[in-house]
Design a protein. Structure first.
Length: 345
């Protein structure tokens, strides 16, 4: 029994040695640091739905309005909160970003929420206190269609002590986001209008990918967007890359830089064609055909990363093969001990 247990632990040890390590983090301490912070959205009269947790305001052209947000600190120490107002944008995964980011604005964005809505950049809450903060909205003087949208980010600043030298350092472990929607009329009849901007190669996070840049040029959200992108050599019908992505969203007047992996596909210098189809929950769809080319240097870079990935996979399997064989042998030995042959006299 002891020998079997040793073999069992040996097999487990080998598997964990060569397998992918899994790291588990606990956020209990981090959540405890800001558990005493909360906020309350104070809805004005022109809030369209008071059963939601964000601002959805029906405003008038040229209107100036002050909206309020209540911050609560129930701890026994003061708490500093950083505040940012941001315009909504769409990241490459088809997720809407309401917080600070480095995403580019779309050219169709005429009114940036961060430019027409102002408020405090930082608030310090006394222990066991509440404070109501104001944000001023200056509506555009010209009528606009659809939504102006973005968000308010609240980031509690927690000072922690370094156990080694006793010094304090700042940690921002959590942030809260409150959405803001501004409209002048009903938006239900407005349909998204998508525009293909470009198809290009870019190095991102150390990997070359093909990017398809698409804009939502209307002031409405795009819901449940799907994209199918086929890459082929120009004047050829053979598909080299078939890319699909579903369940995406886009913010009003925003662009998406959709990354298309090469899937280890090697390329040659020359002209290529991208066949692009986008569909949405609203029942609309768009198709584009876009020609582009790879230079000799670009093709070499794409092929180099494909070769490196193949070599890495090859080496991994050669390392894993002896381990698999060892496990098979150990299991066979265990099985033989469980089922000894009966000698016949």
């Amino acid at each position: 029994m002891i020998k079997k247990r040793r073999l069992y632990y040996l097999i487990l040890g080998i598997i964990f040695l060569f397998g992918k390590p899994i790291t588990v983090f606990s956020n209990e301490n981090a959540s405890d640091l800001i558990k005493d912070f909360s906020y309350e959205v104070l809805f004005p009269e022109n809030q369209q739905d008071k059963n939601i947790g964000y601002y959805d305001l029906l405003i008038q052209t040229g209107q100036k309005q002050v909206i309020q947000l209540k911050l609560n600190n129930t701890s026994t120490r003061q708490l500093k909160v950083e505040i940012n107002v941001n315009s909504a944008k769409t990241n490459g995964n088809g997720v809407i970003e309401y917080g600070p980011n480095k995403l580019e604005k779309d050219v169709s964005l005429n009114y940036d929420l961060a430019e027409i809505m102002t408020g405090p950049e930082e608030v310090t809450l006394a222990p066991n206190s509440s404070e109501t903060i104001d944000f001023t909205i200056m509506a555009p003087k010209v009528e606009f269609e659809g939504y102006i949208t973005g968000g308010i980010q609240l980031k509690p600043i927690v000072r922690e002590s370094d156990s080694q030298d006793g010094s304090n350092f700042i940690q921002n472990k959590f942030a809260f986001l409150i959405g803001v929607l501004l409209s002048e009329a009903d938006t239900k009849k407005i349909k998204p209008v998508m525009k293909l901007n470009d198809v290009y190669l870019k190095l991102k996070d150390g990997v070359y990918s093909l990017f398809v840049n698409i804009s939502n040029t209307k002031g409405v959200f795009v819901e449940k967007m799907s994209a199918n992108i086929k890459i082929r050599e120009k004047n050829s019908t053979k598909v080299l890359i078939d890319f699909n992505k579903k369940e995406m969203r886009m913010a009003p007047h925003s662009m998406i830089d959709l990354p298309v992996s090469f899937y280890d596909q090697k390329m040659t210098a020359g002209e290529y064609t991208a066949d692009i189809k986008v569909t949405t929950e609203q029942g609309t769809n768009w198709t584009w055909v876009k020609n582009f080319n790879f230079t000799k240097i670009e093709a070499e870079q794409i092929n180099k990363q494909a070769t490196e990935k193949e070599d890495s996979s090859f080496n991994y399997w050669w390392l894993l093969l002896p381990v698999i064989l060892l496990i098979v042998v150990i299991l066979a030995l265990i099985n033989n001990k469980k089922n000894p042959k009966i000698k016949r006299s």
